[in-house]
Design a protein around this ligand. Sequence first.
Ligand code: MSP
Length: 476
Amino acid sequence: MKNKFYITTPIYYVNDRPHIGHAYTTIAADVSARYHRTKGEDVIFLTGTDENSQKTVEGAKKSGEDVKTYADRLAAIWKSTWEALNIGNTDFIRTTEERHVKTVQEIWKRIWDNGDIYKGKYEGLYCKGHEAFMKEVDLVDGVCSDHKTKPEWIAEDNYFFKLKKYEKDLLKLYGDNPNFVTPEGRFHEVKSFVERGLEDISISREKQEWGIPVPNDNKHVIYVWFDALINYISAIGIDGWQKHPADVHAIGKDIIRFHAVIWPAMLMSAKLPLPKRIVTNGFFTIDGVKISKSLGNAIDPLDLAKKYGVDALRYFLLREIPYGEDGDFSEVKLKERYNADLANGLGNLVARVATLGEKVSPIKYNYTHPLHKLLKEAHEEYDYKISTFRFDEALEIGWKRIAQSDAALSVDQPWYKEGSERAEKILSRCIELVIITDLLEPFLPETAQKIKDQISYDRTNKVFHIKKTENLFPRK
Ligand code: MSP
């Protein structure tokens, strides 16, 4: 039986189009999904849209559309953006879909039956930007420092979830699973947060119309975060989750408490298995400035993809910013890396091998080359890096090989005049390129295909066919 691998991204709010920050999280998850697919695993890769938020209502109001029409239009934009960026998700969930609404209500009932939901009065602050309840200590001069808005004071009847009850179980979970959240520093913050003591949380809103109705009390809608987290189950069904919960939730650091504290507690209460790992990416700025709608600096990933190509964008994002850390995006750096690593590096190597090799193609080969062992070792190191989300280091391994191969090609230059010697030398470079292409495939799927079109190994007849075609990365 094939090994299963289930990975998710956050589901994104539909009050705006995707920007480069959202693309980063999604591309990282896609690389992981593609990697597991190359290992022959049966991959489920889920992304989608979080639509039951007040942000959707406000977005619709602004654009003068009916809420559902607006949500449909925006969800289609998210979907097509991921297609354009070559994201190989196997499903796309929208929280307005029937399959989700049903699952949320079912989970609510399970938690209710377990005695973990009660009615009470909520009085306090609510930040619409965060879609979260806030404390005075979270504010700077009474204002949410992320959204620069004053949270509203809410006083209403709410349903509460007994989060506090799960304090000990959560701490045990963290203790038993040292890799539950990565990077470690952020896991530490989560633990200290829980150690300081939890409070029960409000999980419904009384005065809203847009959202999933609370079962048996349709005067209330379910709090959007309580609903959103359950998407990970809705997509595969409660039975599916029971058999195989998510292996990885890939998220940004901003939503870690929801995923590492509230979500496991909800699952414990509903008596369902927990996700195995939560990996978090840092946040990046653009030319040193926070990405924000009001500043108008939210770069559209599609514009960059048009200019440099999808693969170059994917490569740059994962090479430039070590996964987990905060970083800075700049188009100047993108262009620099494009020219240095892709045009002069990989692109140039493939072009050289294809040009020289074409003249001696086909070349016979039967897996006896000493290079094989060496390259296998590179593969092992790479496997470790990529399965622990060290994408920049995984790419570094690939580029080290590219540089070595390029250097060997230059050293061997004098032999290229001799027919048989040339075939022998070119063979080594072809073997290397096949391995390099395997390594890079999850990051650069289109490029990998283009390399295979130029340098292909025919397994049945045990020969390399080499044919020079287009340059992979024309200089910018
Ligand atoms: N709808 C919630 C998530 C619910 S998941 C059950 C939400 N959506 S969001 O549209 O605001 O997307 C948040 C995610 O986008 C972040 O967690 C992060 O993965 C990504 N990013 C948004 N801005 C980013 C940066 N500036 N840098 C890196 N990632 C960024 O929160």
